[in-house]
Design a protein around this ligand. Structure first.
Ligand SMILES: *[C@@H]1O[C@H](CO)[C@@H](O)[C@H](O)[C@H]1NC(C)=O
Ligand SMILES: *[C@@H]1O[C@H](CO)[C@@H](O)[C@H](O)[C@H]1NC(C)=O
Length: 393
């Protein structure tokens, strides 16, 4: 009884039975229409791919409904299976700061076919290459030396697929070094408090290293130096440890040490990694002893570091260091000169800069001529065997 009454009230409120029928039909059509619209959107999505990240690069999670929103003039740049060390950077990357900024970064491999450029990380090339679409730039990204880049790039499915290189080598299409040293503006140079700095420096040298037995034979070189001077070794290859953020470690250790080793794992041209760049960060008041391929002076101001290559034997270097160790004036001259310089760009910022370069290239070039034989290209790396251990003192 109750139910009927409610029902009647409802009918009364909404007019006659006929009205109800019309409403039902309307609902049916609108639902149908909604489905049709959705199908349209789905189709559009396939033609014009959606941007899958916010403009500010945040909140990529794939949970949000993707909305087709970028125009014909925008270029999608896909990072294929983003390496973990880049994840944080890619999340905060956009092209706003670029000279040419009409690019969008994505990590969604589903967008492969819509991507103007695809960045592959050389070290993590899977066995199978995806399909390469027409007019797509494939970019070979690698910051390690050839010795530590697995050979998958030489498989036929990869070997002749790349159009651009993005590496630490200065002859790359997109040069991606680990930093850049610049002279400080005169008025930004804060004079060092030499007395305070020297008062805490009780120790001579340390080396932080976790990759033991590298091809450059740096372990052997360090061992020979250790015959003449005390060297503390931090990290997996040593007995000491610093568990903080690595740059923080360098800052803190620079309070007590005068020198540290920035020995590269490979002796390859242009292969100068973050260790030497750390020396030019604020609050790192010690001098780097570098060992890598020749050519440091191309990137680092002479007199701000010590190059093992300038000494015939490890013993000569040891004597030189002992001399600096006992002569504050001489040692401080290095620190003072280094204080006139700084690293102007972090590795993460350098990646963003490289993306700007890529955006500029994909705008300018139509992909035609060059198809790199990446195996050949890598073989052109100028890498050397160690020659400073031959005489074996
Ligand atoms: C490189 O290729 C081999 C097959 O030869 C494969 O087993 C390996 O997983 C590939 N490397 C990566 C990083 O996927
Ligand atoms: C900075 O100082 C040096 C010498 O102290 C001088 O030669 C140079 O002209 C100065 N540069 C500027 C921009 O003032």
């Amino acid at each position: 009884m109750m139910k009927i009454r409610i029902c009647r009230t409802f009918v009364l409120k909404f007019g006659s039975q006929r009205t109800l029928k019309i409403i039902a039909v309307l609902i049916l059509f609108s639902t149908l229409g909604f489905h049709l619209t959705r199908m349209n959107i789905a189709e559009n999505t396939q033609l014009k791919e959606p941007r899958n990240i916010d403009k500010d690069g945040k909140d990529y999670g794939g949970k949000r409904q993707v909305i087709p929103s970028y125009s014909e003039n925008e270029n999608l740049i896909l990072i294929y299976k983003t390496p973990s060390w880049l994840l944080k950077t890619t999340k905060s990357s956009n092209f706003i700061q670029c000279e040419i900024s009409n690019c969008i970064l994505t990590e969604d491999t589903k967008l492969l076919r819509f991507s103007k450029a695809v960045i592959f990380h050389g070290r993590f090339l899977p066995e199978d290459a995806p399909f390469k679409y027409e007019n797509q730039f494939w970019v070979f990204l690698e910051l390690e030396s050839p010795y530590y880049t697995p050979l998958n790039y030489s498989y036929p499915q990869w070997r002749k697929s790349f159009d651009l290189t993005m590496t630490y080598r200065s002859d790359s299409d997109i040069f991606y070094p680990y930093g850049r040293i610049v002279k400080k503006e005169n008025n930004t140079i804060v004079p060092l408090n030499h007395i305070e700095i020297m008062s805490k420096k009780e120790k001579m040298a340390f080396w932080m290293v976790s990759h033991c037995g590298a091809i450059s034979e740096r372990d052997e070189y360090a061992k020979r130096l250790q015959q003449y001077i005390p060297v503390d070794i931090y990290g997996k290859c040593g007995t000491l440890s610093c568990t903080k953020n690595i740059l923080k470690c360098y800052m803190e250790l620079s309070n007590i040490y005068k020198f540290y080793f920035a020995f590269e794992n490979s002796l390859c041209e242009d292969y100068y990694t973050e260790k030497i760049y750390f020396s030019y960060y604020k609050d790192v008041n010690m001098i780097a002893i570098v060992r890598g391929a020749s050519g440091y002076s191309k990137y680092f101001p002479p007199g701000t570091y010590i190059d093992t290559a300038d000494f015939k034997h490890p013993k000569d270097l040891a004597n030189f260091l002992l001399d600096l160790n006992s002569d504050d004036e001489k040692y401080l001259a290095y620190l003072k000169r280094k204080n006139e310089y700084k690293n102007s760009i972090t590795l993460a910022e350098m990646f963003k800069k490289s993306l700007c370069d890529l955006c500029r290239i994909v705008n300018k070039k139509s992909k035609t001529s060059k198809q790199i034989d990446i195996k050949e290209w890598i073989l052109e790396s100028k890498c050397y065997q160690a020659t400073d251990l031959n005489d074996g003192i």
